[in-house]
Design a protein around this ligand. Structure first.
Ligand SMILES: Cc1cc2nc3c(=O)[nH]c(=O)nc-3n(C[C@H](O)[C@H](O)[C@H](O)COP(=O)(O)OP(=O)(O)OC[C@H]3O[C@@H](n4cnc5c(N)ncnc54)[C@H](O)[C@@H]3O)c2cc1C
Length: 452
């Protein structure tokens, strides 16, 4: 693939766009901003994306990493939403190597939904995904503690959330977008037509401006802050909910399939998701007022460990290797976080579009909706009628070659950008990436990138 997208091209890209007009400025480089950049650049628009940290450093690297219809949402009556999520799950699983199918056991015990309700729910779930099958109940036979009567098997998919974001960002770059990490949108001045936005490059401390026709607020949990800076009010407000996951060694929970169950503590649904050497367990769902509230409390850890050790008694709090946290940007009514819709809304106010709520699974539909609204705002016809497609694929290479490839094609700025998001070894490996770190540091030094 003949293109470079690196720390070096990032500097020249800033020089190129400084003080200049562009069609669209996207604020936020999570999955929402990345998908929008991908489809808008594919339509030939002059796109600038500014992300204040690294790409995917917000919620989009702190998710459960499931590409799913959300069986739980069926119980809330969100049938059309589940259908649309399942359609996207099917597409992404069939067409994207970084989305893979996974078997789930949904456990039946005194805390779960009733067996008959689950059978009907799974039947509907399969039907909505285009598959006719009557779910079969399987007896426990010693796989789980005696309190578990048995389980149903169903299929969903999982991904590497950071890589999904980065693949969309790189595809946008391949279509000509300027995507800048460590660049924060700090000041906005909007006029009847066009606007001026001041951007701060955190690597140099220098500010510069761009003049976009349209501003897209894709700041996820920070969307409320951006709206306030733009003097826009969000009715019902954005609700933020914190979710944490714990990472534990695979031998403490020796399962090949993922498990969905309801915790004995408060009957909330939780997941146990095997990821190679480790297993991810979670999650919590608690309202917070702060988009930067990544604090993981002892109470959060206890809640998850107790819930899971109820099924796998070998698990202790001391086994937790690490944890990760994300803040859900929810947009809708509801008094408890679990009851607020996971659907998205794209709002148009003057020359600002805000993409609010949503899930990773439905990022392409949110992007398509955004592209339609941008075309309306700019009075232009879209070339790409469908949903965004990922054109970037990282080749299979040896470790040093792969790291070098990431450095020149996926624009990491610091070592940790590779460790946490390009490789994500901090949460997918038992040694939290310690064994690959010397190779990463060597390649980073060779490329003259920033340390840290
Ligand atoms: C615990 C948890 C589990 C989840 N599990 C799943 C799941 O299994 N499947 C699924 O489909 N969905 C899941 N979700 C939902 C999904 O993760 C989110 O909906 C999605 O990641 C939100 O993406 P986003 O791009 O809108 O926000 P973000 O990823 O947070 O991106 C917004 C970005 O904007 C940047 N930003 C903010 N202010 C500025 C500024 N002034 N200038 C420049 N940049 C700025 C931030 O740094 C951030 O990177 C989960 C969420 C959580 C919290």
């Amino acid at each position: 693939m003949d293109f470079e997208f690196s720390y070096k091209t990032r500097t020249s890209d800033i020089e190129k766009i400084k003080g200049n007009p562009c069609d669209v400025l996207i604020v936020g480089g999570g999955i929402t901003g990345a998908g929008a950049a991908n489809i808008l650049a594919a339509n030939g628009l002059k796109v600038v994306l500014a992300e204040k940290g690294d790409f995917a450093s917000g919620t989009s690297s702190g998710s459960s990493k499931l590409i799913h219809g959300g069986l739980r949402y069926l119980a809330q009556g969100e049938i059309m939403e589940v259908r649309s999520l399942l359609k996207e799950r099917n597409y992404l699983t069939a067409n994207t190597e970084i989305v893979k199918p996974m078997d789930f056991h949904i456990l039946v015990d005194q805390y779960s939904w009733r067996k008959g309700t689950l059978r009907f729910g799974l039947y509907l779930y399969n039907l909505l995904s285009g598959k006719f099958s009557i779910p079969r109940f399987r007896e426990n036979h010693g796989l789980y503690p005696e309190s578990v009567k048995g389980y149903f098997v169903y299929n969903d998919s999982y991904t590497d959330d950071s890589l999904l974001v980065i693949s969309n960002i790189v595809t946008a770059k391949m279509h000509g977008a300027v995507c800048l990490n460590y660049v924060e949108a700090v000041d906005f001045s909007t006029r009847d037509s066009g606007s001026e936005v001041t951007l701060l490059d955190h690597t140099t401390g220098k500010k510069f401006s761009v003049e976009p026709e349209v501003i897209i607020n894709a700041a996820g949990p920070w969307a409320g802050e951006i709206s306030s800076k733009l003097n826009l009010k969000l009715e019902h407000g954005l609700k933020l909910s914190k979710g944490i996951h714990l990472v534990v060694p695979a031998d403490k929970i020796p399962v090949k399939n993922a498990i969905a169950f309801r915790t004995y503590i408060d009957k909330r649904q939780m997941f146990i998701i095997p990821r190679g050497e480790v297993v991810h367990i979670g999650t919590t769902d608690t309202f917070t007022n702060e988009p930067d509230d990544f604090n993981i409390t002892d109470e959060d850890v206890d809640y998850i460990v107790k819930s899971v050790s109820h099924l796998f008694p070998a698990l202790r709090k001391e086994d937790v290797i690490t944890s990760f946290c994300g803040i859900r940007p929810l947009f809708g009514e509801g008094n408890d976080p679990g009851s607020v819709t996971r659907d998205f809304e794209v709002r148009m106010r003057g020359n600002v579009l805000s993409i609010l709520g949503g899930k990773i699974t439905n990022y392409r539909t949110a992007s398509q909706d955004t592209a339609l609204k941008v075309s309306e705002m700019l009075g232009m016809k879209l070339k790409v009628k469908g949903l965004p497609v990922i054109e970037y694929r990282r080749p299979d290479l040896s470790l040093p070659e792969r790291i070098e490839y990431e450095i020149y094609h996926e624009c990491p700025v610091y070592t940790e950008d590779i460790m946490r998001r390009r490789e994500a070894a901090r949460i997918y490996t038992l040694d939290m990436g310690k064994s690959i770190e010397p190779v990463v540091r060597e390649q980073v030094q060779k490329a003259g990138m920033l340390k840290g």
